[in-house]
Each structure stands twice: as structure tokens, then as C-alpha cells.
Design a protein around this ligand. Structure first.
Ligand code: NAD
Length: 395
């Protein structure tokens, strides 16, 4: 394994480059290439997942890692975690080109950064890959509980998806209170796009509260499973989910779903779901406001998963500058506070006459740049950079 650090002169041609602290290109023994990007460590070491995907070109992979690592800085800041933003990508097919030794090599690359970057699973990587990475470095989270139990902290770790769903549910409750003035969800309708790991858990929580569900998924087996688990639900085709008569639209599948084509179809008054990068472009935030649809920024409401792996890291490393109580109960309470954060963000956006996505970016920037005291007169966003909750900037 060999690596080189890319310099400003190479990186300045990328529109997602934002003075990242470190961008390392890794040439793996297998011949594959990987990149690790550390965007900002003002709040602490950079935490973000490792993605494996057959990018068309190295440039595409680099663009992605720059964008995603920057997104993690915003997400971790707004989640109140003492963590910065980073990300790693491998150019390759996860189904055919991945093996344990390659993952251990990635572990060596992570280790070479001396703790400035902590990795975790993302699309194309899984818990087992994290175990392989752990052969070479301690700076890895998202390990299976059985791996952690032997080290005395099995109550943290494990699948973060139910925690992501819990945060989304608390965020939906807060948005309903803010927009509809209701303290309970009973009798409302939610349309859920994608009933995978997070979507199905979110449905279960909503159903318990008496919410009527409209669901869709492109995977029939997943739909059948969801119907079995949830009982009475309305099923629509993937194309019909946007125009379904609903109060809350809950994107839980993929990014870019709020765009020129879909926004005019929406009947929902609130959009609040786990999917990353829901706004296709920044201006879609404005388009939703124009239609009086309340958009809850994705990277705020879907932070349950990163809070979960963040606690795993704090517990395992002893790094705990904010004196968090390192128990599963406290970690869950942190996730539940996403509801309160959503309320605060929506009030702030209203007071400052900002769209919610813009407001989220400003609050995050104030946190990670140490300018929280400027909340009463927020600075302008830096020129040339899109806002994080739109334009595919956040994983
Ligand atoms: P998943 O793969 O388990 O579930 C996604 C589901 O969406 C699948 O069942 C898939 O068939 C379905 N789907 C895909 N395209 C669709 C379409 N066009 N219409 C309807 N359904 C479609 O993924 P997940 O872990 O549940 O994550 C869902 C979203 O939430 C992703 O955007 C992910 O990045 C984001 N997210 C997840 C977590 C987490 O903890 N898992 C954390 C933060 C953000």
C-alpha cells in the first residue's frame, strides 16, 4: 500500500473542495485506488463511513469523497458531537473486488492518519469489513456487538438503523407540533418511500402512534415483509408516492427526490425522513417554502446512526471531551434530542427568515467554526459553495 497527500493545486479544480485538511490517495496492493478526505477537525477527530462503489473515474471518486466528508462535518456539528467530518471511498465493485486483506490495508491507511479520521460502514461496506479493518487500526466503529462484548462495551455498537429511525420519529413529532400545532400524531397520514432498514423501523414507530401509513418500495420482497409486520397499510407504486394524499412525506430510500418534477406533485405539509441529500439542488429548499411545505433538513433528522457509532468510539477510545455518560440509555437520549434540535432549528429559521436547509447550514457552520455567538447575525455562506442540505453534499 502506498499513499500520497493531494495538494491545493490539484484539489482547487474540484467544486466540492473546501480547504479540506487532508486528502490522501491510497494505492492498494490489489491495484485499486482509495481516497480518504478529512474536511475539518475543529470539533474533534473526523468520523464518516467508507464507501465502495465502481466510480467511472478517479475524479468522480475524489469529488464524492470531498463532498461527503464536508457533509459529515455539518452533520456531526449539528448532532452536538465532538467530532469533525471525514469520509473514505474505494473505487471498485463491492460484490466482487473486496476481501479481508484489502480491508486490513484500508485499516493501515486509516492508522497512518494517527486518529484524525475514524471510519465506519457505508454503502458497499459492512460490519464484517469493519472487523477486518480493526486488524490494523483502532480508529474504526460500527463493529458487531459480539466483537465489542469481548472488550467490555457490548451495550454500544451494533446496527444503527433503528436509532436513525428513532431520531426521524422524534423529528416528525417536532415538525408536526411546529407546523400543525398538534401534540400527537394519531389520525395523521404518513407516506413512506422505501421500507428498508430505516423506513420500516420508522413505520413501526408511526404506526404505534396511530398514524395511517402509505408505503412503497421497488423491492417486492421488502414490501411483502413490511405488509406482514405492519398490518393495515395502503400500498402505492413507487411513482405514485409523491402525489399520495398525505400529511407527512417520509423519504427513506435515496437522494434527489425533492426536485422540479416531484415538488409540484406533493400533497404533504411536512417532509421529514432519513434519506440523505433529499433536495436535488439548493433552490428546491425555496421551492418547498413557496408551496408552504415544511422541509426538515435530512442531515439533522437522520443523525441517529452517527450518534450511535460516535458513542461507540467515545466508549472504546476514552475520548470524551463533553463528558457524555457512556451508556446505551444516554446514547438513546442523545438521539431522542433530535426532536428538540428540530424544534430549535425551525424556530431559528422562522426568526431569521431562512429556509430550513439554509438555517441548518448556518447553525452547523457556527458550531464547527466556533462562531456560535454570532447566531444573532449569521455570516453569509462562503461564496461558491452550495448549501449542505441540497446539491448532494451530505451522506
Ligand atoms: P436500505 O437499503 O435498507 O433501504 C432502502 C429501501 O429503499 C430499500 O428497501 C429499497 O428497495 C428502497 N428503494 C430504493 N429505491 C427506491 C425507489 N425509487 N422507490 C421506493 N423504494 C426504493 O437503506 P437504509 O439503511 O434504510 O437507508 C435509507 C436512506 O437513509 C438512505 O438514503 C441512507 O443513506 C439514509 N440513512 C441511513 C442511515 C442508517 O442508519 N441506515 C443513517 C442515515 C441516513
Amino acid at each position: 500500500m502506498q499513499y500520497e497527500d493531494l495538494t491545493d493545486s490539484t484539489l482547487s479544480t474540484f467544486d466540492s473542495y473546501d480547504q479540506h485538511e487532508i486528502v490522501r490517495k491510497i494505492s492498494l496492493s490489489s491495484g485499486l485506488t482509495a481516497f480518504i478526505a478529512v474536511h475539518n477537525t475543529n470539533l474533534g477527530p473526523a468520523l464518516g463511513g467508507l464507501r465502495m462503489r465502481p466510480y467511472g473515474t478517479e475524479r468522480d471518486a475524489l469529488q464524492d469523497v470531498l463532498r461527503l466528508s464536508r457533509g459529515m462535518t455539518y452533520k456531526n456539528a449539528l448532532a452536538g458531537l465532538p467530532l469533525g467530518g471525514g469520509k473514505a471511498v474505494i473505487i471498485g465493485h463491492a460484490s466482487t473486488q473486496k476481501d479481508d486483506d484489502m480491508m486490513a490495508e484500508i485499516g493501515e491507511a486509516v492508522e497512518s492518519l494517527d486518529g484524525k479520521y475514524i471510519t465506519a460502514e457505508d454503502s458497499g461496506t459492512c460490519e464484517d469489513d469493519m472487523v477486518s479493518i480493526a486488524r490494523a487500526t483502532e480508529y474504526v466503529v460500527g463493529l458487531p456487538p459480539q466483537h465489542l462484548e469481548g472488550k467490555g462495551f457490548g451495550e454500544l455498537g451494533g446496527n444503527p438503523s433503528p436509532l436513525t429511525a428513532l431520531g426521524v420519529y422524534r423529528g416528525i413529532q417536532a415538525a408536526v407540533r411546529f407546523k400543525l400545532g398538534r401534540d400527537h400524531l394519531s389520525g395523521l397520514t404518513a407516506s413512506v418511500q422505501g421500507v428498508g432498514a430505516v423506513g420500516l423501523e420508522t413505520c413501526k414507530l408511526l404506526k404505534q402512534d396511530g398514524v395511517n401509513l402509505i408505503i412503497t418500495d421497488i423491492n417486492n420482497a421488502q414490501m411483502d415483509m413490511a405488509r406482514d409486520v405492519l398490518g393495515q397499510v395502503t400500498v402505492v407504486s413507487p411513482d405514485d408516492i409523491y402525489s399520495a394524499p398525505t400529511d407527512i412525506f417520509v423519504p427513506s430510500a435515496m437522494g434527489g427526490v425533492l426536485n422540479d418534477k416531484t415538488i409540484p406533485q406533493l400533497k404533504a405539509q411536512i417532509i421529514a425522513g432519513a434519506a440523505n441529500n433529499q433536495l436535488l439542488q439548493n433552490y428546491h429548499d425555496q421551492m418547498l417554502s413557496d408551496r408552504h411545505i415544511l422541509y426538515v433538513p435530512d442531515y439533522l433528522i437522520n443523525a441517529g446512526g452517527v450518534i450511535c457509532v460516535g458513542y461507540e468510539y467515545f466508549r472504546k477510545s476514552g475520548y470524551n471531551p463533553l463528558d457524555f455518560d457512556m451508556t446505551r440509555t444516554s446514547m438513546m437520549a442523545h438521539v431522542e434530542r433530535i426532536g428538540q434540535s428540530v424544534t430549535e432549528l425551525l424556530r431559528y429559521a422562522q426568526e431569521k427568515r431562512l429556509h430550513p436547509g439554509e438555517a441548518a447550514d448556518r447553525l452547523a457552520e457556527e458550531k464547527f467554526s466556533g462562531r456560535e455567538s454570532l447566531i444573532s447575525s449569521p455570516p453569509e455562506a462562503p461564496p461558491g459553495l452550495g448549501h449542505m442540505s441540497g446539491g448532494k453534499l451530505v451522506h
